[in-house]
Design a protein around this ligand. Structure first.
Ligand SMILES: C[S@@+](CC[C@H](N)C(=O)[O-])C[C@H]1O[C@@H](n2cnc3c(N)ncnc32)[C@H](O)[C@@H]1O
Length: 244
């Protein structure tokens, strides 16, 4: 059984900014499943998108791969010949654990796990790029360049799957979605203290934007169509298409 996330169980006098260190990597699978409503659906559908959109002899990317859930989902989905997957994470603990998980998985598509910053990794010959819950950790002023680099590296007919926590312009809606997210976390077994301490740890680190801001950035980069294919409370996933 995967280790349970109890990182914020005990009261902390001072809650430090969240980092993806070894303590987080060790419990990450449990943490993300109990923290992101719909996470299992997003991962399961990543397989379906890879099945539909991976093109022969191209590269599929998992940017901010953590333990490689999206990379492994793509690996299971890809039916075209000559594809390989590059999974990237700048947390050494995540990349090391991801390598072990990938090695123990049996599907044939080659997966290379890179310990690197997604801002520094070239995107080339890509047909499917997945960035699940990672853009939100880049500073807002670096996000346009990141999305542009992905668009430029995609082949015509390629797709970007972008999943993020989002914010809402309307204060009432923001409060509602935030409350519902916290209720989800309590349903998943987190205490009020855990929810409050985790929230504090993320407040300067995870900077959500509105759905409109994401769509505008994708359009500015050149994506001709963007479909919101998933949303649960303040978490969503967009499929952005590069024209063929
Ligand atoms: C919320 S997790 C992503 C979850 C993962 N995509 C999944 O679906 O299971 C965010 C990941 O992005 C990584 N990350 C954050 N900023 C990064 C950067 N600039 N370059 C590479 N990885 C980054 C973190 O180390 C962390 O593992």
């Amino acid at each position: 059984m995967e280790p349970k996330d109890t990182l914020y169980l005990d009261y902390r006098e001072r809650v430090a900014d969240f980092i993806f260190d070894d303590a987080v990597a060790a419990v990450f699978d449990d943490m993300i499943r109990r923290s992101v409503p719909g996470y299992a659906t997003v991962i399961a559908m990543t397989k379906v998108f890879a099945e539909q959109y991976a093109q022969p002899d191209t590269v599929c990317y998992d940017l901010g791969c953590s333990l490689g859930a999206s990379a492994l989902a793509m690996r299971k989905g890809i039916v075209q010949p000559g594809c390989n997957i590059i999974a990237v994470d700048n947390s050494e603990s995540m990349a090391a654990r991801c390598r072990k998980i990938v090695a123990s998985d049996e599907s044939g598509v080659p997966v290379k796990v890179k310990h690197a910053d997604i801002r520094d990794v070239p995107i080339e010959k890509a047909s499917v790029v997945v960035m699940n819950f990672t853009l939100q950790f880049l500073s807002p002023e670096q996000r346009d360049a990141m999305i542009q680099k992905i668009f430029d590296g995609l082949r015509p007919g390629g797709i970007l799957l972008l999943s993020e926590k989002i914010a809402f312009e309307d204060a009432d809606k923001e409060a509602f979605e935030t409350d519902m997210h916290h209720e989800f976390k309590k349903l998943m077994g987190y205490s009020n203290l855990e929810v409050a301490q985790k929230r504090k740890s993320l407040e300067n680190v995870l900077l959500p934007e509105t759905l409109a801001a994401h769509k505008q950035r994708l359009a500015n980069a050149g994506f001709t169509k963007t479909h919101l294919w998933f949303q649960c409370f303040n978490f969503m996933s967009l499929a952005a298409f590069k024209e063929s």
